[in-house]
Design a protein around this ligand. Structure first.
Ligand SMILES: [Zn+2]
Ligand SMILES: [Zn+2]
Length: 257
């Protein structure tokens, strides 16, 4: 039985970095590959890991900020050019389905030309996927700051942003996606074997204070800025003496059951 792994493909925040891709995380369960988010640089990072595009089975997108979704068309193109035949499902927030269906032909990714069936599935909070593992979407407030401009100018955006809770039957993983404040994730961390947490949109002290009091196997802090910001986070963790929080890097692999 092949080991289950979380493989970090892109660990940069929404501020692009010269040496790292933006958000992209690969979940390898047995022989099956699932991609969580698909920001800029994720396709190249996927190839740098020596992986075969034909082996990607499904993609889940937490929210539609560019650093989480902008490279989805390129990923689809890569699958197409690799001669993929098997159907693939892309799970996106429901509000994005029509936009994506319009955008793909605009960049000449015509459904009829693809060598595989592309299934675009819009999800809402709750159970998203339940086959090889269970993935549940938990709504968060990350996009609420846009409410004013959306109302004032009549945009149709619904501000759908999610954390993912993943259960393999043996292990529990939590991926924060992007959040609005620590309150979005505080009650969802306890009991996870792996917590992949963004580090941009809340005060890290809130996590460092809670961490020793709840049961989490390993925290991986991701969605990171430049080297100086990573070093600063690293120093803060060191000072607390907490030994199960690490900062993410591209190519990092964490095994789980
Ligand atoms: Zn982001
Ligand atoms: Zn975001």
């Amino acid at each position: 039985m092949p080991q289950n792994k979380l493989i970090l493909l892109g660990t940069s925040s929404g501020v692009p970095q010269p040496d790292r891709a933006t958000s992209g995380y690969l979940l390898k369960t047995g022989d099956s590959l699932s991609l969580l988010d698909c920001g800029g640089g994720v396709s190249s990072s996927f190839l740098r890991r020596g992986l075969n595009p034909a082996d990607l089975d499904r993609i889940f997108i937490t929210h539609t900020h560019p650093d989480h979704v902008c490279e989805l068309p390129l990923m689809i193109q890569m699958l197409y050019l690799a001669g993929r035949n098997d159907e693939i499902t892309v799970y996106v927030p429901k509000e994005f389905v029509q936009s994506l269906k319009s955008y793909l032909p605009a960049v000449y990714l015509f459904r009829e030309k693809l060598t595989f069936d592309l299934n675009i599935a819009g999800y809402t909070p709750g159970a998203v996927y339940d086959e090889l593992f269970k993935l549940e979407a938990i709504a968060n407030e990350h996009l609420v700051g846009n409410q004013g401009v959306i109302e004032q100018f009549g945009y149709s955006n619904r501000m759908q942003s999610h954390c993912f809770s993943i259960d393999t039957g043996q292990s529990k993983l939590f991926y924060s996606g992007d959040i609005h404040s620590f309150g979005d994730i505080r009650d969802h961390l306890d009991g996870n074997d792996i917590a992949l947490i963004e580090s941009t949109h809340y005060d890290l002290d809130e996590l460092l204070e809670l961490a020793p009091r709840i049961k989490v196997g390993k925290y991986i802090l991701t969605h990171l800025g430049d080297r100086a910001q990573i070093d600063e986070i690293h120093d803060r963790i060191q000072k607390t003496g907490i030994d199960n929080i690490v900062t993410a890097f591209e190519g990092m692999e964490i095994t789980f059951e």
